[in-house]
Write a protein that binds this ligand. Structure first.
Ligand code: SF4
Ligand code: FES
Length: 250
């Protein structure tokens, strides 16, 4: 098959100041097999339509800001090569399960609230004085949770999660994986504090273990696994608290 010189890019557009409903717009874009979808969007913005709005920053799968739906799947558009889609039409939409702010940009306020809710920092019951030195952590202790630290907040997991579509109040994969990351940290004593949120009606029990979040995650954070492990830990704490009155646990 000969290499195409152009391809069709179909983009969802929505300007809340002028539109009542989102609509699709198509563009003919030069095809370069080394381009990613983000390059095609940038070409449109530079050459055809400067009003096209989307987020990006690093162009190297680090900042997490360029997540969009491409042909129905949430991806980092700076990592999604055109050669994996063309000659088919490449359809780009904003991430599912978020409000559209404009075109391909979605609102992040709800996600930021979720991050704050799970207390994503080390909690100590008694802080030791600074002059007593740092809290030491061994490599094997770090290994327990290191993969959960790699999140870039790209939100692909929220877009892929069917439960987010059913219950918009669900805390969701990345926030719950981050809670688990701190619960597993050998320096932390805040698990009970976080369980008030992770064990609530919007917490881990809302997850039905479809695992779509882990499948789309570009960083191997394994949010689905983190959520199931918390179900086990929360249940264990519940039982042990009743078996051992006065039990001390982080
Ligand atoms: S868990 Fe993975 S998919 Fe979800 S926000 Fe973090 S990096 Fe992105
Ligand atoms: S532009 Fe930074 S992750 Fe894609």
């Amino acid at each position: 098959m000969s290499t195409p010189t152009t391809f069709t890019l179909e983009v969802l557009r929505f300007d809340p100041t002028t539109d009542t409903e989102p609509y699709y717009q198509t563009y003919q874009v030069p095809y370069d097999e080394d381009w990613v979808v983000l390059d095609a969007l940038t070409w449109v913005k530079d050459n055809l339509d400067s009003s096209l709005t989307f987020r990006w920053s690093c162009h190297m799968a680090v900042c997490g800001s360029c997540g969009m739906q491409v042909n129905g799947t949430p991806v980092l558009t700076c990592k999604a090569f055109l050669r994996d889609y063309v000659p088919a039409t490449v359809k780009v939409e904003p991430l599912r399960n978020f409000p559209i702010e404009r075109d391909l940009v979605v609102g992040l306020d709800g996600f930021i609230d979720r991050l704050e809710a799970i207390k994503p920092y080390i909690i100590r019951k008694d802080d030791k004085p600074i002059d007593e030195g740092a809290y030491v952590q061994l490599p094997k202790q770090l290994k327990r949770f290191k993969h959960h630290t790699l999140c870039i907040n790209c939100l692909l997991c929220y877009s892929a999660c069917p439960q987010m579509g059913l219950n918009p109040d669900f805390l969701g994969p990345a926030a719950l994986a981050l809670a688990h990351r701190y619960n597993l940290d050998s320096r932390d004593e805040g698990r009970r504090e976080r369980q008030k949120v992770t064990g609530s009606a919007e917490g881990v029990w809302e997850c039905t273990f479809v695992s779509a979040c882990s499948e789309v995650c570009p960083k191997g954070v394994e949010p689905a696994g983190a959520i199931q492990e918390q179900k086990v830990q929360n249940s264990l704490d519940w039982f042990l608290d009743r078996l051992v009155p006065g039990r001390k646990a982080p």
